[in-house]
Every structure is written in C-alpha cells, then in structure tokens.
Design a protein around this ligand. Structure first.
Ligand code: MTE
Length: 299
C-alpha cells in the first residue's frame, strides 16, 4: 500500500496537535513539534484548512515543471540547507544573510489564510511565518525605496523545469513598499506546524493573501529595495493578462476566463464552487492601499 500525506497526518491528529499547542503543553507532550513554535494570529480565517495532502500535492512551482504533480515529484532533490538571502538595493544594511539570521528574532505566527490562485481555484493554508515588515525594519529601508523585488533560486542541477526557456529565470515578483509593509504580508517558513515542504517553496517564501497566488514567490534568494516598479515574471510573459498588482478581484475578469468564482480544492467534483471575494476577503484590511486607483486599469 502506498502511504500518502493524509495517512501520515490524519486530520484528528492535526486538530489534537493544535489543542496541545494552544494548551501550552506542546513542548512536554510532543517534542517533535517544538521545531516550529508559533503563536496563533488574529489575522487567521476560521475557515477549515485544506488537508496537508491537498496543499502538498497540487502545486505550481515551474522550476520543477508545469504539471500540478511535478513539484511534489521533483522538489525533493532541492537542497535547502545551507540557504542564504541577498538583501540589497536601497537598504542601510545590505548583505548576504544566512536564513537563520533572517528569521532570528522575528515572531513566528500560525496564519491560516485563504489562498486564491489566478487559475480560479483556492485553498486554505495554515502557514507558519512572520511579517515581512519585521525584516524590512531590521535591514533599514531607505526613504527613496518604493518597491521590493524578489527572486527565486535558479539551480539547474536540482530544478528540471528551468531547462525550459518559457520563463526568463529567475522567477521574479514585486510589491509596492506599502504592500510589503502591510501586516498581512508574511514570509512563511512552514505550514501545518512544520518546516515548509519543498514543493511549497522551502525554506522561505512570500505569502500575500489578498493577491493571486503567483505573487507569493517561493524559495527566495534575493530581496532588493528599489525605486522603480520591478519586472515580474507573469507580467513579463503576458502583460495583457497579468498586471503588477494582481489583487484578487471578482469584478475584473482574466481575458480568458471569469474571476467571479473559484473552486475550493479538495471539496469534490460537484460542490466547492464559491463566489470570489474582493481582495480575497481581506478588503477591510487592504482596500485603503488602493483607494485612489482604478482597479480595472491597475489590475
Ligand atoms: N514561485 C516560484 N518560484 N515559481 C513558481 O512557479 N508559482 C506561483 C507561486 N509562486 C511559482 C511561485 C503560483 S502560480 C502559485 S498559484 C503559487 O506559487 C502556488 O503555491 P502553492 O504550490 O504553495 O499552492
């Protein structure tokens, strides 16, 4: 019999584990979980998280291929330790930082977020991470910085997908500085209480829950503070389809399909279609960032 993730971590165990952790007895009762200790976040949705199996078996990570199963099949070969991140551009303390230094002192939280892919499917993921603003404050953002640019690792020996020239590697993303500083924006180092699975962007990836999933760049090796809007992978590929902002917006369709509704992964063939919410349900928190913008133009 082939074991899959849901066999390894059945839901009741996960629920139990959360009870243990909130009870404060986690360290004594279950040393294996001490690996990532995180407090609960007020920013979490109370929607039911997808199973670990859903979250780790249906992925987009083109460095490992374009199929949804490719990341789970091939990402195991990725070396994630040692890992360092270059932080450069308009910062007071540029440098090449070890992952441990990047994470050091940042309060880790469990953030259960809705995650809406531009392909009109969605999940709910219990991330473990910290606010990007905490890291930016530590490296010192200079007043002339307006955007943050991110890059993913390119390592052809371990990433079969980068042999394909369809993307101009590295995978790139960017945020306006106020988006990057927003408390909902996190760098995630794990999910479901444990280290980040490789197919989900180990060892550290961005999560911006009010934007389409492609903004949430994986396996980050560079973060640059810049004064101009940086080039981003999907905008470079198809500018008419993917803008820089990429805010989840049910009122602005993709040129080839509607964005008004979404299919919740794991909810079966016949149910699971639901209306997409403005800013993916985070409107109260983030609408102010775009108050004076025409979102049909700045899509
Ligand atoms: N980051 C990199 N480096 N490469 C990618 O192909 N795909 C994006 C985003 N980040 C991608 C990436 C897309 S299209 C989505 S929907 C999410 O990752 C998927 O995240 P998940 O696999 O954790 O659900």
């Amino acid at each position: 019999m082939r074991l899959n993730w849901s066999d390894v971590t059945p839901k009741p165990l996960w629920l139990n584990r959360r009870k243990l952790m909130t009870g404060g007895a986690a360290l004594l009762a279950a040393p294996a979980f001490a690996k990532i200790e995180a407090s609960k976040s007020a920013y979490s949705t109370d929607e039911e998280p997808n199973s670990l199996e859903d979250i780790t078996s249906y992925n987009n990570f083109y460095e490992f291929g374009t199929g949804k199963e490719d990341p789970a099949t091939y990402a195991g070969a990725l070396t994630v330790d040692p890992w360092s991140i270059v932080i450069d551009g308009l910062v007071d303390k540029p440098g090449t930082y070890d992952l441990a230094d990047v994470v050091k002192g940042q309060p880790l939280e469990e953030r259960i977020y809705r995650f809406r892919c531009v392909e009109a499917w969605s999940m709910v993921v219990p991330w473990i991470g910290f606010q990007l603003s905490g890291l930016l404050d530590r490296v010192g953002v200079q007043p002339s910085a307006k955007f943050v640019a991110f890059e993913t690792l390119v390592r052809p020996e371990e990433m079969p997908g980068v042999a394909s020239p369809f993307i101009d590697w590295p995978y790139r993303e960017g945020l306006r500085l106020d988006e990057a500083m927003h408390p909902l924006t996190i760098l995630a180092t794990g999910l479901y209480g444990e280290e980040m699975p490789k197919q989900n962007g180990a060892p550290i990836r961005l999560v911006v829950p009010w934007k389409y999933g492609f903004k949430s760049i994986k396996s980050i090796v560079r973060l640059s503070l810049v004064d101009k809007m940086p080039p981003t992978t999907w905008n470079m590929l198809q500018p008419q389809e993917y803008g820089f902002y990429s805010n989840v917006n049910p009122n602005v369709d993709h040129p080839r399909w509607s964005q008004a509704s979404e299919r919740r992964i794991g909810s079966g063939l016949f149910g699971g279609r639901q209306d997409t919410l403005m800013f993916n349900g985070y409107e109260a928190e983030v609408a102010g960032l775009y108050a004076r913008m025409d979102l049909t133009k700045d899509y």
